[in-house]
Design a protein around this ligand. Sequence first.
Ligand code: AMP
Ligand code: ZN
Length: 113
Amino acid sequence: MTCLFCQIADGTQPADIVYNDDDVIGFRDINPQAPQHVLFIPRRHVGTINDFDSADAALIGRLTLAAQHYAGEQGFDEEGYRVVMNCNRMAGQTVYHVHLHLLAGRPLHWPPG
Ligand code: AMP
Ligand code: ZN
């Protein structure tokens, strides 16, 4: 099976990687929706949020902590940012390897579209 984000994780597909740890990588979204738009993914393939189970609780937390770390490092943590994960068709998921979007650098409206 060919998965674009698995290929980014294993280095066979180029990406602008801005965060790296043993379990998670973060890279710039190719079609940014805000001045800062980074995707955090587990290195291991997980298709959607629906595929997580209780054994993945720490991994799910690490995705958020990676985003928190990046926001602090970049200095927009106090100003604010949004994290979002889209699950399946109605939410607009287009890449079926789970990813946490981090958006920042402009006012973000609510409710989202
Ligand atoms: P979603 O719609 O939640 O599945 O988000 C998928 C995101 O992946 C979109 O924001 C795309 O712009 C982004 N994307 C797709 N291909 C790439 C790529 N090769 N490198 C970086 N981001 C990508
Ligand atoms: Zn994958």
